[in-house]
Design a protein around this ligand. Structure first.
Ligand code: ZN
Ligand code: ZN
Length: 390
C-alpha cells in the first residue's frame, strides 16, 4: 500500500531492540510462532505518560488496545492509571476478554459495561490530567468530560510510537505473513497472461493467501494493469491484461493481526523501451532506499535516497507519493517514511520502501519491500523475486 497523505512527523520513543536473524533464514512457520506477550508494555506507557505530565490515560483505538492487553475484540477501552489498568468491553466478550488477557500476560481487570466513562472515571482517583487518544469520537469525548472533573488532554500517537518497535514475537508474525504473500504471488505468476482480468488475479492471490493459513489479505489487494497502473491506488477491474502491459501487484497477508506489505511490477509479453527504463529506474531507487535504512538514520533520509535517484533521471514529478510507512497491527503506522520525516530509525522498526513512477497513458512501476531495522542496517521480510517477467 502506498502511504497516506501527510500529517505531522513525530519523534519515536526508545524501546527494546528486535531479534536478529540471517537474511536467508527460513521464515517462521504458523504452527511454531512464539507466544505474543504484552508484559511490560503498560509500564512503558506509564513512563511515557509521566514524562508528558499525564496521570491516567484512556486508550480506545482497537490496535492500541490489542497491543497493550492482547484483547482482539472490536470494542474495548483501556484505562491506565499509575497503579492499575482496566479493560472495559461489552457482554459479547465476557469470556474472550479475560482469556485473551491472561494468555498475553496482561493483569488488567476486565469490566463489562455499556459505557466505559463512568467505570474509568471511578479509577482515575486523584488524577488531575487524563489523556484521551486524539482519535476518540466526539460523542465519546463528551461522555468522558461529563463523567470526570479531571482535565482531559489529547494524546496523539503515544501508544503508536511505543508499538512501532516490534519485539521478536511480533516480527515473527509479520515475517510469516510476508512469506505467505511471497508464495501467493509465486503461485499466481504463471497466470499473468494476456486475456486474464485484474479481478481474477486479485481473487487468485487472496485465495492463495487464505489457503496458506493467513487470516486474509492485509488490505484490498491491488492489481493494476496497463493505463490503470498509472494510478497508485487503483482498484482491480474487469480489464483484461494485454501484451506490453505493466502490471502492479500490491499484496500482503495478515497473521494473528500482524500485516505484511509488498509490491512487484510485471510486464506482459515484450516491454517497450520506455517501460524497461522505468522498471530499471524504480529498481535502482528502491535498492537505494533499502540501503539507506539503518539505525540512527532519519526516516526522511530513506525518502531522500529513493527520490534523488528518480529526480536525477528526470522522473521526479512522476513519483507522486511518499516512500513508505511503518507496518504492523495497522497497514499504515509509524514511522512515516517521507520527505522531511525526522523520526529516527531504531532496531525493530518495520517499514516499507516503495518508490514508484506513474506516467499517465503509459502506466506505472512500483516496487515495495517491508524491511526490519537491525543493529547494522535492515533485513527484508518480503523476499519475492523482483524479476518483472511473470
Ligand atoms: Zn503495498
Ligand atoms: Zn505500503
Amino acid at each position: 500500500m502506498t502511504p497516506p497523505p501527510a500529517k505531522q512527523p513525530t519523534a519515536l520513543a526508545p524501546a527494546q531492540p528486535a531479534g536478529e536473524r540471517p537474511a536467508d533464514a527460513v521464515p517462521p512457520r504458523l504452527d511454531s510462532l512464539p507466544p505474543l506477550r504484552v508484559d511490560g508494555r503498560m509500564d512503558r506507557l506509564r513512563a511515557r505518560l509521566a514524562g508528558d505530565g499525564i496521570d491516567a490515560a484512556v486508550i480506545t483505538a482497537a490496535t492500541n488496545v490489542a497491543w497493550l492487553t492482547g484483547f482482539g475484540g472490536s470494542n474495548g477501552t483501556v484505562v491506565v492509571t499509575v497503579d492499575g489498568a482496566v479493560l472495559v468491553t461489552d457482554s459479547r466478550y465476557a469470556d474472550q476478554a479475560p482469556e485473551q488477557l491472561e494468555a498475553a500476560g496482561c493483569d488488567a481487570e476486565v469490566v463489562i459495561a455499556g459505557d466505559p466513562a463512568p467505570v474509568g472515571a471511578e479509577r482515575f482517583g486523584a488524577a488531575s490530567v487524563v489523556g484521551l487518544e486524539a482519535t476518540i469520537a466526539w460523542g465519546e469525548q463528551k461522555r468522558w468530560a461529563a463523567a470526570t472533573t479531571a482535565e482531559l488532554a489529547p494524546m496523539a500517537e503515544v501508544v503508536e510510537e511505543l508499538r512501532a518497535v516490534k519485539d521478536p514475537a511480533e516480527l515473527a508474525r509479520i515475517e510469516a505473513a510476508a512469506a505467505i504473500a511471497d508464495e501467493a504471488l509465486e503461485e499466481i505468476r504463471p497466470r499473468l497472461r494476456a486475456g486474464v482480468s485484474e479481478i481474477e488475479i486479485q481473487r487468485g492471490i487472496d485465495d492463495a493467501i487464505r489457503a496458506r493459513g493467513a487470516t486474509g489479505p492485509a488490505y484490498d489487494t491491488i492489481v493494476a494493469s496497463g493505463p490503470n497502473s498509472a494510478l497508485p491506488h487503483a482498484r482491480p477491474t474487469g480489464r483484461e491484461l494485454a501484451p506490453g502491459d505493466l502490471v502492479i501487484i500490491d499484496a500482503g497477508a495478515v497473521v494473528e493481526g500482524y500485516r505484511s506489505d509488498m509490491t512487484r511490477t510485471f510486464v506482459v509479453g515484450e516491454p517497450s523501451a520506455e517501460t524497461v527504463d522505468m522498471i530499471e529506474l524504480v529498481a535502482r531507487a528502491q535498492a537505494a532506499g533499502v540501503a539507506a535504512v539503518r539505525p540512527g538514520a532519519a526516516a526522511g533520509a530513506v525518502d531522500d535516497a529513493c527520490r534523488s535517484v528518480i529526480d536525477e533521471a528526470g522522473f521526479g514529478a512522476a513519483f507522486i507519493h511518499g516512500t513508505g510507512h511503518g507496518v504492523g497491527l495497522d497497514i499504515h503506522e509509524l514511522p512515516r517514511v517521507r520527505s522531511g520525516a525526522t523520526a529516527i530509525l531504531r532496531p525493530g522498526h518495520v517499514l516499507t520502501v516503495e518508490p514508484g513512477v506513474y506516467v499517465s497513458g503509459v502506466g506505472g512501476v512500483r516496487v515495495e519491500d517491508s524491511v526490519v531495522v537491525t543493529a547494522s542496517g535492515c533485513r527484508a521480510l518480503t523476499r519475492h523475486p523482483k524479476d518483472p517477467r511473470p
